[in-house]
Design a protein around this ligand. Structure first.
Ligand code: URC
Length: 289
C-alpha cells in the first residue's frame, strides 16, 4: 500500500480573445474563450518539483493569441490546430484538450441598413467545441449552451411514481421551458462544422417545439433522435436540460381567478434531466466529456 499520483493535467483556462477582421468597408468580429489542458509525462513536476517538462500555462495562452493572428475560422478547426501543435511540439505532452466557447455578436442595424463596424452581443446561445488530440487520434465534440426554449402548452406530466413525500399535482397542461446544453460527437474530423452547427441547432429547436410532451425526458430523447436521424456523421449527442419550472400564481387571496395566465418563473431548485442519444453500432468516446 502506498500513495501515488493519479490522473493529472494542467493548462490555461478562459483565454478570452477577440479578433477583428478589418475589411476595407466591413469589419468582422470573433469572440472566443479558449481553455487548454495538457497531460503527459508530468510526474516529476508533481513529485520532485522538476519543471523541465512543463510548457508554461503562460506560453499556452500566448499560443492561443498567436494562432488567432492567422485566423480563427470554425471553433473545431481552431481547437484542432492548437491541440495538434502542443502534442507535436512538446515531447513530454501526450494529450491535449482544447475547449472553446464562442460568444456571437450581431451586426447593429443602423438607420440606413447594417452598420459596418458596430455590433450588439447576442444573448441567444453560445456555441461550444471540445477537441482532444493524442499522437495517433483526435476527437471533436461540438455543442451549444444556454439555448433557452419555452412551450406554453402541449406539455403534460402525470402518471408518475408516488411515495409518502410526493405532493406534486398531476398536470395535463403546463409550461415546458429549458435552457439546452447539447454536445455532439463527430464520427470523423472532416465534417463541415460550419454547416452542421446551425442545422443541429435548428433541429433541436424544432423538435422541442413540435414534440407533444409527457415529460422533459421524452422531449430530450425526441430532440436527440431528430439530430441523429438527420446527421449520419454524428455518433452521439448528450443533452442536459434544466426544467425551468413555471408555477401558476395563486391569485385567489385577491379575489382574482388565474385563468392559466400568470406564472411565477422559479429560479431554483430546478429539475435537471440529462441523457445521451447514441447509435448502437459506434465505438464509445475516448474523451471524458
Ligand atoms: O418532465 C418532468 N420530468 C420529471 O422527472 C419531473 N419531476 C418533476 O417534479 N417534474 C417533472 N417534469
Amino acid at each position: 500500500m502506498g500513495i501515488v499520483l493519479g490522473d493529472n493535467r494542467y493548462g490555461k483556462a478562459e483565454v478570452h480573445l477577440v479578433r477583428v477582421d478589418r475589411g476595407a468597408a466591413w469589419h468582422g468580429l470573433t469572440d472566443v474563450t479558449v481553455g487548454v489542458s495538457l497531460a503527459g509525462e508530468l510526474a516529476d513536476v508533481h513529485l520532485h518539483g522538476d519543471n523541465s517538462n512543463v510548457l508554461t500555462t503562460d506560453a499556452q495562452k500566448n499560443t492561443v493569441f498567436a494562432f488567432a493572428a492567422e485566423g480563427v475560422g470554425q471553433l473545431e478547426e481552431f481547437g484542432l490546430r492548437l491541440a495538434r501543435h502542443f502534442v507535436a511540439s512538446q515531447p513530454a505532452i501526450q494529450r491535449a484538450e482544447v475547449r472553446l466557447t464562442e460568444q456571437p455578436w450581431d451586426r447593429i442595424e443602423g438607420t440606413d441598413g447594417p452598420a459596418p463596424h458596430s455590433f450588439a452581443r447576442n444573448a441567444t446561445c453560445l456555441r461550444t467545441a471540445r477537441v482532444r488530440v493524442t499522437a495517433d487520434a483526435a476527437e471533436v465534440v461540438s455543442g451549444l449552451t444556454r439555448l433557452t426554449l419555452l412551450n406554453t402548452t402541449d406539455s403534460e406530466f402525470w402518471g408518475f411514481a408516488t411515495d409518502r413525500y410526493t405532493t406534486l399535482a398531476e398536470t395535463r397542461d403546463r409550461i415546458l421551458a429549458t435552457a439546452v446544453d447539447a454536445q455532439w460527437r463527430h464520427l470523423s474530423l472532416d465534417a463541415d462544422f460550419g454547416k452542421s452547427y446551425p442545422d443541429v441547432r435548428r433541429l433541436l429547436t424544432a423538435a422541442f417545439a413540435e414534440t407533444y410532451s409527457y415529460s422533459l425526458q421524452q422531449t430530450l430523447y425526441a430532440m436527440g433522435e431528430r439530430v441523429l436521424a438527420a446527421h449520419p456523421e454524428i455518433a452521439e449527442i448528450r443533452l442536459s436540460l434544466p426544467n425551468k419550472h413555471h408555477f401558476l400564481v395563486d391569485l385567489s387571496p385577491h379575489g382574482i381567478e388565474n385563468t392559466e395566465t400568470v406564472y411565477y418563473a422559479a429560479d431554483r431548485p430546478y429539475g435537471l434531466i440529462e441523457g445521451t442519444v447514441t447509435r448502437d453500432d459506434v465505438a464509445p468516446s475516448t474523451m471524458d466529456w
